[in-house]
Design a protein. Structure first.
Length: 309
């Protein structure tokens, strides 16, 4: 789509470009289509004087300095909603895998340890009728809540802004203050953006408030969870388990986390289906082409730029 209308340069490597590599490759571009792993800050922007639009191929955009872009009259767009159901599906896959110890069970069979059925073999925990706590009830959090009906799970939630009574009834959810949710839920799923208020939202204090048999699932942003505190909690069996798709210092993993058999870990694959990644790419391409043509950008993040393109 882009190549048919623009001179296009594509990252030739199957890895993230370093800041210096990106600066050199994009020094004279008008538009930049980037991934969540690309850090677009003021220093980089200063080396791209022609840049008019940054199209992030992701819902989140904490990798981009929005204020710096706006100051330089650079539009920023994202790919919202398109990965909602896909990420909600993975959230449930992680929840199920953690509760029923699927990763351990798979490894047990592959290593030739399965000799016979046993009543005590790899006992997990039920999901049906347990309390699901959702922190952040945006698009993905709401999609996770809707899926809970299949397991007859009561759903409680905490959000910075409480939903209307009509919305709570539609989703069949009940509001709880933050600390109350931590104490009450059997499964806690995180669905918040990363910002100054949510960094280490779950740390030592919060983990200590959770039930000893509870599970923590994170498919939002890695730094929302203090991984060192989580490793300690898992090591001490303060929690039944955790399931993570994102990490605090991604792709680095906190020391000890990979040694925890009660941790289920996936490599940031929340949106990793052929269908969803294709939709994201098409949306990002449409965003960047609109910006380069001076048209209204469909998914503009810095709305101040709407009349400046």
């Amino acid at each position: 789509m882009i190549a048919s209308e623009c001179q296009l340069t594509v990252n030739p490597h199957d890895r993230v470009l370093s800041k210096s590599e990106l600066a050199e490759a994009a020094s004279d571009v008008d538009g930049l289509l980037c991934q969540l792993t690309d850090i677009i800050d003021a220093e980089l922007l200063d080396k791209m004087p022609r840049l008019r639009i940054v199209a992030n191929c992701a819902v989140g955009y904490d990798n981009i300095d929005i204020a710096a872009c706006t100051k330089r009259n650079i539009a920023v767009s994202n790919t919202p909603d398109v990965l909602t159901d896909t990420t909600a599906d993975l959230t449930w896959a992680l929840l199920l895998a953690a509760a029923r110890r699927l990763v351990e069970a798979d490894r047990y069979v592959r290593e030739g340890k399965f000799k016979s059925w046993s009543p005590m073999l790899l006992l997990g925990h039920d999901i049906y009728q347990k309390v699901l706590g959702i922190i952040g009830l945006g698009r993905i959090g709401s999609a996770v809540a809707r899926r809970a009906a299949a397991f007859n799970m009561p759903v409680i939630y905490y959000a910075k802004k409480r939903k209307s009574a009509e919305e709570e009834n539609r989703l069949n959810v009940e509001y709880r203050p933050f600390d109350c949710l931590l104490k009450e839920a059997d499964f806690i799923s995180l669905h918040v953006p990363l910002n100054e208020h949510t960094r280490h939202l779950i740390s030592k204090k919060e983990l200590e408030l959770m039930k000893p048999g509870a599970y923590l699932i994170n498919t939002s942003r890695g730094p929302v969870v203090d991984e060192k505190a989580l490793v300690r909690a898992l090591r001490n069996n303060d929690l039944a388990g955790a399931a993570l798709d994102v990490y605090e210092y991604e792709p680095q993993i906190a020391p000890g986390l990979t040694d925890m058999v009660n941790a289920t870990l996936t490599p940031h694959i929340g949106s990793a289906t052929v269908e969803t990644r294709t939709r994201m790419a098409v949306m990002a391409a449409k965003n960047i082409l609109a910006g380069l043509k001076g048209e209204k950008v469909p998914n503009l993040v810095n709305w101040e730029m709407e009349n400046k393109l």
